[in-house]
Design a protein around this ligand. Structure first.
Ligand code: SF4
Length: 414
């Protein structure tokens, strides 16, 4: 009887992809989506914030009490792996570069700590995405930016590209297996192609020619990566009508402190252009970074209101040991940060609702899940919709013309 393995994936889409690669590499074990019945748990961790570390640690403590065999991988293996290993909390720790060896690693009797090579290049190909109706395609890994608050380049390495032939083979296989929506992912995905005379827009054009590819999304881009070649694909029918472009802040003084490459004026020009083309616009934003005085916050809010933002991944600044920001002053009080976060998200939630109330074209929805006859999916603007239907819509693409705009999502009958 094969032992059952449960994967607990924290963090970003790149981790979702890495977990799928590990699932695909398991031969002598059975994968279960039910944690309770698992003998072995693989924790694919995140370490982007203190909160991420606390969640991973809390999860490991809980599983450890159940006596299951625990393995740690992912970005947290590089920051917390040694202390968790020394504290005998996990049987084995391995870096992302070791993930395709998982079938052997899980059967190792002796405890191990194999952090591997930070600058490895992935070449695995997966045929499916268990429990998902859209596919995540990792095209890039690592990051050459050096934002002063960020630990990621130290746990994911320098930017490097996946092999283009392998990427297209990957898309071909998944499209042949019925996937129509593809989400490009990486640590700094817009850096794809650097140093090889290639770029993400060219790659997306090639992907769009593969039979079955219906919609391509990009995980997150940096403002400077919406360059000429990317602007050429903005009207393509296969490109989602939503872009997530990470600005991180909207005050130039803060962007300088955070060692960011973008500036408000050029961000405004870019977001105006995309808004006028009908795109929904998302971003990452950090509030409460050291140096964010009341005055700079008010400037930032005035600027953010001009950017037509409809979606946001907001973060409260989290001190990461070893980063330049960790020693910066003045630090911002947690209550002040939460108030600023609420101010920002309230503004953007209102923008999102206004955007949904003013969409003039049918929604092109990929159904992702269902519960009690209510189906849930995302439209081309990356807005959620709940659909009540007596038909089985699982995994279907449907066009919705009539719907109601509720607070956080749209609602329809089908
Ligand atoms: S771009 Fe900046 S925030 Fe993003 S992973 Fe790289 S260093 Fe971190």
């Amino acid at each position: 009887m094969k032992e059952k393995v449960y994967f607990k994936t924290f963090g970003c889409r790149t981790n979702v992809y890495d977990s799928q690669v590990m699932m695909g590499a398991l031969k002598d074990y059975e994968i279960t989506e039910d944690e309770a019945e698992a003998n072995i748990v693989v924790v694919n961790s995140c370490t982007v914030t203190n909160g991420a570390d606390v969640s991973v640690r809390g999860y490991i403590n809980g599983i450890e009490k159940q006596g299951k065999k625990l393995f740690l991988t992912g970005c947290g293996a590089h920051t917390k792996g040694e202390s968790l290993f020394d504290a005998n909390k996990v049987h084995g720790v391995f870096g992302q570069s070791e993930k395709t060896k998982i079938n052997t690693l899980l059967s190792q009797e002796t405890r191990f700590y194999e952090i591997g090579d930070l600058n490895y290049i992935d070449d695995a190909i997966v045929d499916e995405f268990i429990g998902k109706s859209r596919a995540f395609i990792k095209i890039q890994e690592g990051c050459n930016f050096r934002c002063s608050y960020c630990i990621i380049p130290f746990v994911r390495g320098d930017s490097r590209n996946m092999d283009e032939t392998k990427i297209l083979e990957q898309v071909y296989r998944l499209a042949t297996n019925g996937f129509g929506e593809f989400v490009l992912t990486g640590t700094n995905v817009g850096s794809y192609g650097q140093g090889e005379g290639k770029n993400i827009a060219e790659l997306m054009k090639k992907m769009s020619m593969i039979r079955g590819v219906r919609r391509i999304r990009v995980g997150s881009l940096e403002p400077i990566q919406i360059n000429e070649s990317f602007r050429e694909i903005l009207d393509e029918p296969w490109l989602e009508r939503h872009l997530h472009i990470a600005i991180q802040h909207s005050s130039n003084a803060m962007l300088k402190i955070m060692n960011r490459r973008n500036r408000f004026e050029s961000d405004l020009e870019l977001f105006d252009m995309l808004h006028n083309k009908g795109f929904a616009l998302g971003t990452d934003f950090i509030v409460g970074h050291p140096g964010e005085t009341d005055e700079l916050w008010q400037e930032a809010m005035r600027n953010a209101e001009q950017l037509h933002l409809t979606h946001i991944h907001p973060f409260t600044y989290s001190k990461r040991d070893g980063t330049p920001s960790a020693v910066m002053k003045p630090e911002i009080n947690g209550t002040v940060s939460s108030t600023r976060m609420r101010e920002l998200t309230t503004m953007i939630d209102a923008n999102n609702r206004h955007f949904r109330q003013n969409v003039k074209i049918p929604l092109d929805v990929l159904i992702e899940s269902q519960s009690d006859g209510v189906y849930s999916g995302l439209d081309q603007f990356f807005n959620k919709i709940l659909i009540r239907s007596n038909e089985d819509l699982s995994g279907n693409w449907i066009q919705i013309e009539k719907y109601e705009v509720a607070d956080e999502h749209n609602v329809a009958q089908f």
